[in-house]
Design a binder for this molecule. Structure first.
Ligand code: DAH
Length: 350
């Protein structure tokens, strides 16, 4: 019987070592120590067959075996309890740094979202557009890459005319060029729409200018033109004054001085009251009290003919100016390059 108990202990040790889950251990416990049908119980059932003088020793051995099995079960229980299989354990360990990083610390101050703002150039452009929409103009846009006809010829520039030199631009290999003025759109618009027309054309223009505080190779212009029966130079001046006052207030005035442009006759240079000194004369306006912003004039009859209009029937005026210039006046910006270099320290101020 002692041999049976020793064998039972060996088997139990092995079974407990193999057990992987709490369920396995419970099965081992029931099988070896179960009170009703446990194997230890069934061995002890035949204690009566053991000679009386050996019984205490056998009893002690049985108790020792039972205690050992119980201890082994308890020890093993600590290892298998809810422990995931080894490979899962490894995955969990690997996921831990990410989980730590993702953990939400509700005590941290919030992160304010960065709210953007419109670029001062485009905001100014929208302001100008709104004024002209109010005066009954429509908005047109057109190509920045142009050909010789729209850039010069249709605008009444004779071939080789030096007026083109004032607007040296970028030429592409195929004879096309980047437009140096939005006046090109006078032609493209009137070509496809009969009079009366009243349009503004905001858009990018290019010139091979040396970049400095007031010049940039890329800039924005706003062109405007109106053609109908009986339009005169007086309508032009009234329109420019209405525009300048809508933008800067009633103190504004407009000065027109003779100039030359191939596509207008007569032509004028267009200046507005200096918004820094209001006409007193200051450093910015070189003491004149005026700031030159663009050109204008009565549309040349040749231009009207080029787009199929009859100069005996209709007449019109046109004007064009740099939007950058107005953006700078509006926000007291002293260097045009700030409008183009994307410096966030500058842009965040708007
Ligand atoms: N396109 C001219 C320039 O860029 C400005 C200009 C002058 C536009 C006279 C006009 C105009 O429409 O009539 O220098």
């Amino acid at each position: 019987m002692k041999d049976q108990l020793q064998a039972l202990a060996d088997e139990a040790r092995e079974a407990i070592a193999k057990a992987q889950t709490p369920q396995d251990l419970e099965a081992v416990r029931v099988s070896f120590l179960g009170r009703k049908a446990g194997r230890l119980k069934s061995i002890m059932a035949s204690l009566g067959t053991v000679p009386a003088e050996e019984r205490p020793a056998v009893g002690q051995l049985a108790q020792a075996v039972q205690r050992e099995i119980e201890e082994l079960l308890t020890a093993k229980a600590g290892q298998v309890s809810d422990a995931p299989p080894p490979e899962k354990k490894a995955k969990r360990a690997a996921a831990r740094p990410a989980a730590e990083a993702d953990r939400l610390d509700v005590t941290l101050p919030g992160r304010a979202p960065h709210v953007g703002a419109r670029h001062p150039m485009l905001a100014t452009m929208d302001e100008l557009i709104a004024i002209f929409l109010g005066l009954g103009y429509k908005v047109a846009e057109g190509p920045e890459v142009e050909n010789h006809y729209y850039a010069w010829q249709a605008l009444n520039y004779p071939d080789e005319h030096p007026a083109m030199d004032e607007q040296m631009t970028f030429y592409l290999n195929n004879g096309l060029l980047l437009r140096s003025q939005t006046s090109t759109m006078q032609i493209r618009t009137m070509e496809v729409e009969p009079p009366p027309v009243a349009y503004i054309v905001p858009g990018r223009t290019y010139r091979r200018d040396r970049v400095d505080a007031t010049h940039h190779h890329t800039f924005y212009q706003l062109e405007g033109f109106k053609v109908a029966k009986g339009i005169t130079f007086g309508d032009l001046k009234g329109t420019l004054i209405a525009f300048a006052r809508a933008l800067f207030g009633e103190k504004m005035n407009v000065r027109l001085r003779p100039d030359f442009f191939p596509f207008t006759e007569p032509s004028a240079e267009f200046a507005v009251t200096c918004t820094l000194c209001w006409g007193e004369g200051c450093r910015t306006c070189s003491g004149s009290g005026w700031m030159e912003v663009g050109g204008c004039g009565v549309i040349d009859e040749n231009v009207l003919r080029n787009v199929g209009y009859d100069p005996e029937e209709v007449s019109g005026f046109a004007f064009g100016f740099g939007i950058d210039r107005f953006a700078m006046l509006r926000h007291q910006i002293d260097d045009i390059r700030l409008l183009w270099n994307g410096d966030m320290r500058f842009l965040r101020q708007f």
